[in-house]
Write a protein that binds this ligand. Structure first.
Ligand code: NAD
Ligand code: ZN
Length: 203
């Protein structure tokens, strides 16, 4: 994942945020992705519902810290294996990455929400607050089936706020939204958010 770069959709969103800021208007990205690509594209207001793979959390003191080391420690070099049936790499515990806070030495874990874990309530509340006051909502590249994220945009639409979906296909939520831009977000978002259009729109 460290070798991946933002696509034109990430860039269009980041550019929009920069362009609207001097007008006192805010763009907030609420994402389920953990790849950090919105930040890499230049977005500043980002709510990462599932955390970020390039951030560690200490399992002892809870310290949260950016960490882009790859591998995260020498013992894990070449041990990446995403398949569920992978054999245990049997890395000795003393060779795993540990917390750098004074005398802590707790084991570090990725600051992401694994399957079966709950979302951080503060992060969720933050997202809900932003969604309750936004006056335009773009739903990009999600099947809108995984909750709680799946309920965000339909709730915004219920307030009478314009919601536009960008997806290569219709989703179970499409009928709740006023607008659907069918096609790759990397092609359609840069056009929809191009300078000139957004200056006049209410965002
Ligand atoms: N749901 C989770 O728990 C979770 C956790 C971590 C990360 N994520 C990430 O968040 C994103 C959204 O999650 P999800 O559960 O809706 O994923 P999903 O795989 O269920 O849905 C992806 C959606 O993106 C659409 N899509 C694919 N290519 C597209 C393109 N080029 N332009 C526009 N739309 C496109 C697909 O039609 C589909 O509706 C995914 O990238 C996923 O990897 C999700
Ligand atoms: Zn610690």
């Amino acid at each position: 994942m460290a070798s991946k770069y933002p696509n034109p959709a990430h860039t269009a969103i980041a550019d929009l945020e920069k362009r609207l800021k001097p007008q006192g208007r805010r763009v907030v990205v609420v994402t389920q992705n953990i790849d950090g690509l919105h930040k890499a594209a230049g977005s500043e207001n980002i709510i990462e519902l599932h955390g970020n793979l390039f951030v560690t959390r200490c399992t002892k003191c809870g310290d949260v810290c950016q960490n882009k080391d790859s591998p995260i420690c020498p013992a894990l070099a070449g041990k990446g294996e995403p398949n569920p049936g992978a054999v245990d790499a049997k890395v000795p515990i003393e060779q795993l990455p540990t917390c750098k806070q004074d005398n802590c030495k707790g084991l570090l874990r990725p600051h992401v929400v694994w399957f079966g874990e709950n979302l951080d309530t503060k992060v969720l509340k933050n997202a809900e607050e932003e969604l309750s006051k936004c006056d335009l909502c773009l739903v990009v590249g999600t099947s809108s089936v995984v909750y709680p994220a799946a309920m965000f945009a339909p709730q915004v639409a219920k307030r009478g706020v314009p919601v536009a979906e960008f997806n290569i296909e219709e989703t179970p939520a499409t009928s709740s939204f006023g607008f659907m831009f069918k096609g790759p977000a990397g092609e359609n978002l840069p056009i929809a958010l191009a300078d000139g259009h957004s200056q006049q729109a209410t965002v």
